[in-house]
Write a protein of this length. Sequence first.
Length: 319
Amino acid sequence: MSYPRRRTIYCAGEVVPLSETNVDAAVMIVAPGKGGDRLPIGTGFVVAVGSPIEGKGFGYVVTAAHVVRFVASSFVRLSLHSGQMQDLPVPKWTFHDDDETDVAVVPISLNREVHRHLPTLVEPDVAEDRPRPRLGEVVYFVGLLANVKAMHSENVPMVRSGTLGRLYQEGVQIRWPDDTIHSMVAHLIDCRSHQGFSGSPCYVQLEPRGRTDVHDWDTYLLGLITGHLDELGVDLAVQNSGVALVTPVEDIWHVLMQEDLVKHREQQIEQHEHEHPRATPAITDATLGLIGRSTTDSMDELLEAPKDEANEVRGGHQS
């Protein structure tokens, strides 16, 4: 697909350096291990897509395709305000239609009274008006460190930071878990990505100094962490080079705009308008589908994920 030079999805404004929305969007992706226990295999994050219904939107969990494509079953692990965890089984992920780009999404519906997570609002309408990130600006990614058991057992995210080294680099090769080599367009960031960070949201913070198109600190969703570049060490062993690869946010938006997900949203809107022909009902904290604190003044509620579709995330057990 093409990548417009100024195309960056707006995430949150006037944030230094990250807001609770950026951090609390992160979730863990888990899968059954050999002993039957569910173990972390990567990170995901909750995003929201707006709708023409005032105060309502659609929720999705986004992760890297290579995290979930090669496991028999996977779960989204959510944190509850009660301190417990909830694993939601995923019957089917939706992948990029080229089967090459490292993005997977699934619809989700959360309740703000129960779930702790806050969505990252993916708002494409403002993308063309947003300034382009500059090389050397600060990036952050929020993931769940798999090799620290105390962190993943509590679903606690870790924030790492670095600098933006290259935008939209073509021909970057990466090896997936099935040992196939894939060529991708990626942003390169100078920050080491560890096991468990695949699928993490990556944000870039624009600094206003020295530029007229940025008037205050702005934070944007740059994309998701796909992996890192390897290099040979002095003993010729392969090691992490410290350069992480980010799949651009345009690829996330592409998947969210694929026909099946667009159709789901259209059906939900039609159903809502049929049930509420005169006016949108008052929004209350107890409404099913309400998620987190509003990321904009008009984004207070996420519509429920499709009820009878194969790629819905359904409620699971609490652990």
